[in-house]
Design a protein around this ligand. Sequence first.
Ligand code: UD1
Length: 432
Amino acid sequence: MTQELIVQGGIPLHGSVRIKGSKNAGLPIIAAALLIDEPVVIEEVPDLLDVRTMLSVIESLGAVVDYDSNEERITINPKNLQSAEPPVDHMQKMRASFLVLGPLLARYGYARLSLPGGCAIGTRPVDLHLKGFEAMGVEFSYTSGLVEGKTGFLKGADVYLDYPSVGATENLIMAAVLAKGSTTIENAASEPEIVDLAGFLNSAGAKISGAGTKTIRINGVKQLGGTKYAVIPDRIEAGTFLLSAAVTGGEIIVNNVLAAHLKPLLAKMRETGVEIEETDLSAIRVRGSLDKKCVDLKTQPYPGFPTDLQPQFMSLLAASRGTGLVTETVFENRFRHIGGLLRMGADIQVEGSRAVVQGVKKLSGAPVEASDLRGAAALVLAALSAGGTSRITGLEHLWRGYSGFEDRLRSLGANLKVETNINLTWERAAGE
Ligand code: UD1
């Protein structure tokens, strides 16, 4: 059984859309609930495949989870954890599952879990996580794809990250909150999702300062207590919707958004000729133009341009005037959406981590297959702007990070629907 998203493109989007809570803030916060001795309530957590995966990981460890997906509210009771060994199949589904390592080491001084494999957008090692834990007194051993960490107790340490890894910063913060003494993380990631994790943990009694800067200090405490916390709006989802109006030459208002988190995207969109207006503290109006010009773009850790919006932005460039150079510095293999864009008539040349986009007048609909989450979103945006019909497969990638995406695009006037096709593989094979 295969699902296809069928998009009739070329319709300018109009209307307004409310942005959901951040996936990348919600996932570490769910993992961090393992550090707490009392029930916690987490609000604004959208119903996404990745959220479901993280919930099944913590359930496998003994946490009791009640997820009201309509209200987007999760109650977690981590009191009776029974295991520090999450099952391999849960871990393999999503790299962010590795974020339970810090909490497990903090609670048990022990954890055994699968190392995340490579994935579609790059090899993504976890050496920085492990080096940081070692500085805190953890010893690791490795057997057949599993890593086992042991420590008498976690001790605070001064950790310098060779690269401001988001996941390593989060994992180390979580371990440090219950460690003995104080920890300093230098060259820490400063993404808004890090600030949100620190906000959640501080609301439960942790002592974290400096989150959002390059230096984070954590004074270990003995215990954390129950809390209720709402996750920040998803800046990547917001960016995707803003770009959906821009690529179609439409005009929409995006609500429940923090413009401060989107500065590089807004600046780059303005540079292409798209009109952006911050109508109040939590809303942005975007008006696309049919005469956009290509710009250069380089992804970087926050506050640089987010790698998670590079593919969607490339869809905007693909049908703009002139030439733009896109440089991807965060992941080594984040151009897998380009194959689909080429099928839609884009003119893009790739050389290593750089892609030269020569804008074309208009893309044309085509059958394409998504191979990663943000690449899938990029193909949807390209299909919305293209003339004719596109059929997009690989939708499981899209559902990892976008909740109710097709309904919400439809409410903005897009013509698209998901079709479930039982015989798709057979029909394709027969047609060849
Ligand atoms: C998080 C986000 C992801 C986003 C990325 C960068 C979540 C769940 N995911 O991923 O959507 O694209 O930040 O903004 O929040 N690296 C190492 N060694 C390490 C750790 C990372 O070499 O120990 C490398 C990675 O291979 C990658 C780069 O550092 O090339 C960035 O990775 P990192 O910041 O850790 O991203 P994630 O936390 O995996």
